[in-house]
Design a protein around this ligand. Sequence first.
Ligand code: DSN
Length: 427
Amino acid sequence: MTAQRAHRPAELAAWDPEVASIIGREEERQRTTLQLIASENFTSPAVLAATGSVLTNKYAEGYPSRRYYGGNHVVDQVEDLARRRLRELLGAEHANVQPHSGSNANAAAYLALLEPGDTVLAMRLDQGGHLTHGSPVNFSGRLFRFVSYGVSASDERIDLDQVEELALRERPKLIVAGATAYPRLIDPAPFRAIADRVGAAFLFDAAHVIGLILGGAHPNPVPEADVVSFTTHKTLRGPRGGALVCRASLARDIDRAVFPGLQGGPLLHAIAAKAVAFGEAARPSFASYASQVVANARALAEALAGEGLRLVSGGTDNHLVLVDLRSFDPDLSGKEAQEVLDRAGITCNRNQVPGDPRSAFVTSGLRLGSPACTTLGMGEAEMHLVAGLVARALRLRDREREVAAVAEEVAVLCSKFPPPGAGGGSP
Ligand code: DSN
């Protein structure tokens, strides 16, 4: 074999045409259909190159200068670079870039801050929280005693009175803020104040909004939170993965929780790609990206509302909208809507809405996000177009020719906005 270099599709096609063909078809799907999953994005070719680099070959259990394997003097530099860039971006005292995912980052935070059976206060899954916020089917709900808060019935925004009341009554050791399907800004300050009243630690799970935070569109939770966890592949636009920042006083506990507490060898190729993404997020263009993500989500929300779709909380402050389909058509579940939109070339995910009578597998809602199409260069005008296509496909879902006609219009729109590296601009 000749010297290894990053990402050579032609070589892959010759070596393993079966896998190459699947990757090629997925490239085509991403290029020709609309990506509205709020937690997805398009990386830059540079992030993709680092992800596909020879760093995947290296074992490096431990941390820079304290590894359990030899030959780490080169890769140490990339982990140090990633940690430094992340600390500087957020003004954080300590960074850990090894978590393989957001779930692992949260698991490490719990391992560092809690003992099994401890009480934690977090947002319930069916109210917008994440699986790792105490769902009974997740390790979090099985190992710790989670008490859940939700949104208020009147405005569908986080019920801070309930958070305070539960905190005073249950005396949690940890309070978690952050969500996976919540369209409003989460202010870390009131959570810090409540945590201080009851002597709890405060974890801000910024998995969804880290890109908005780094781009200055949402408040930075670092001054308020003891630990901030996040993913690197959503609004941040990096490789799939997770990361943590924390106060210096927690650095040792967090590092030991990630390794050896939870994970073995770090994924150096992913860490290199995280370093690239952090470098991209430091550029002024990233702030423009973050504010356009929010502007696009708002335009999408307004246009969907104009089409007669009810939005949870009435709109959005971030990168996503949550559509409650029940008033649009009581017979239309989130599952069916997602499947219809798939046929129309519009990729999104079904999601429970607060107080949803349907199960998490069926749901009465749809979650739509703007990060990926904003990366492609789409703006508010395209969001209006997209909202019209979504509503048309849902309304005419029983007429296959109409759904196919929407798919054709989607393909025309997508052809004008190719992904980075496929003719589109680099983020
Ligand atoms: N399930 C992911 C999302 O789509 O929001 C978060 O883990």
